[in-house]
Design a protein around this ligand. Structure first.
Ligand SMILES: Cc1cc2nc3c(=O)[nH]c(=O)nc-3n(C[C@H](O)[C@H](O)[C@H](O)COP(=O)(O)O)c2cc1C
Length: 323
């Protein structure tokens, strides 16, 4: 399937694997890229820019296809060494970066000078337009249903995608809530040039996470996610569990007085315990409503080729019948 996104990134299928903390390791990115999608290493999961350089080189040993690096600009008192991470990306020859959080304006001159294509992930039309204005090449339009940080506007993709299509000149992919070929066909109909998936890629054979995480995703329904940290204006969609229940009780009790320190046990440093050790109640972890559509643990190749085949069949068959 050829779209502006496959052309832009030099990939076979218009399917991107979004950056995921402690999931987006070299194994994940290589498996997605080898299957013809765009795999993405999560920059900040690597503790230092040097470690990121090693991870990029490890990925390159596993695939000769294009892959990218995610760089998430988080609100923080002691920000990570972003210039160092940018340098590691450029010096190691990566040509695609997925940015998220704040727009990447500050780093665009360096990235552009190195011939890096930038896809910025954002949750609103106004942020998408800003990213287009600062020179991003594509947008990942992330609807309210997404796993992770949906922003504070709460606009789901059935509205957000056609709104993006009304305004954007650069190509965009539909991010959030996507798991199958019906949705790829729908995303194309709404104006997107492909899809970005997070949660769906965690439940694959190659995802480098504990089997308990994959099983939790297969077991969950679309009713099993919760929004946390809304009072801090840092809303995150997570899978419900004992830690999330505790966190929500604190949010209710403290109301507008809630501070990050109050919930540090539920959200701080929990990812390795969950993703690597499989301690499913260790804390809150990002997960999309799309869990309701995930019923198996395929290989990335089976998943990606299945999605594309299903979308093509729908476009040629079911949709053609209505025209
Ligand atoms: C476990 C997990 C961790 C994530 N970590 C990040 C991250 O570090 N940076 C980022 O930009 N997005 C992160 N995301 C968001 C994904 O890249 C993607 O935008 C999102 O999962 C799309 O929604 P979906 O899960 O419904 O497919 C994460 C998502 C999940 C499920």
């Amino acid at each position: 399937m050829k779209t502006r996104i496959t052309e832009l990134f030099g990939i076979e299928h218009p399917i991107v694997q979004g950056g995921m903390h402690f999931v987006g390791l070299a194994e994940m990115a290589a498996a997605v890229s080898n299957a013809g999608g765009l795999g993405i290493i999560t920059g900040l999961t690597q503790r230092t820019p040097d470690d990121l350089g090693k991870e990029i080189r490890r990925c390159r040993e596993m695939t000769d296809k294009p892959f990218g690096v995610n760089l998430t600009f988080l609100p923080s008192i002691n920000p990570p060494d972003y210039p160092g991470y940018i340098r590691a990306i450029i010096d190691n020859g990566v040509k695609i970066v997925e940015t998220a959080g704040n727009n990447p304006q500050k780093y665009m001159p360096d990235l552009k000078a190195a011939g890096v294509k930038v896809i910025h992930k954002c949750t609103s039309v106004r942020h998408s337009l800003k990213a287009e204005a600062v020179g991003c090449d594509a947008i990942s339009v992330d609807g309210f249903e997404c796993g992770g940080h949906p922003g504070e506007d709460d606009v789901p993709n059935f509205i957000l995608l056609p709104r993006a299509a009304e305004e954007l000149k650069i190509p965009f992919v539909a991010s959030g809530g996507v798991a199958n070929g019906k949705q790829l066909a729908a995303a194309l109909a709404l104006g997107a040039e492909g899809i970005n998936m997070g949660t769906r890629f965690i439940a694959t054979k190659e995802a480098p996470v504990h089997d308990n995480v994959k099983q939790a995703i297969v077991d969950a329904s679309e009713l099993d996610t919760r929004l946390v940290m809304r009072p801090l204006r840092n809303t995150e969609r997570v899978l419900n569990n004992a830690a999330v229940q505790r966190l929500l009780e604190k949010e209710k009790a403290l109301g507008p007085n809630l501070k990050f320190e109050d919930i540090i046990h539920e959200v701080g440093g929990v990812y390795p315990r969950i993703m690597q050790d499989g301690e499913m109640d260790a804390g809150a972890w990002s997960c999309g409503m799309v869990v309701g559509l995930i019923h198996d643990v395929p290989t990335c190749k089976e998943l990606i080729e299945g999605i594309v085949a299903e979308a093509e069949e729908i476009i040629r068959g079911r949709l053609a019948r209505f025209a």
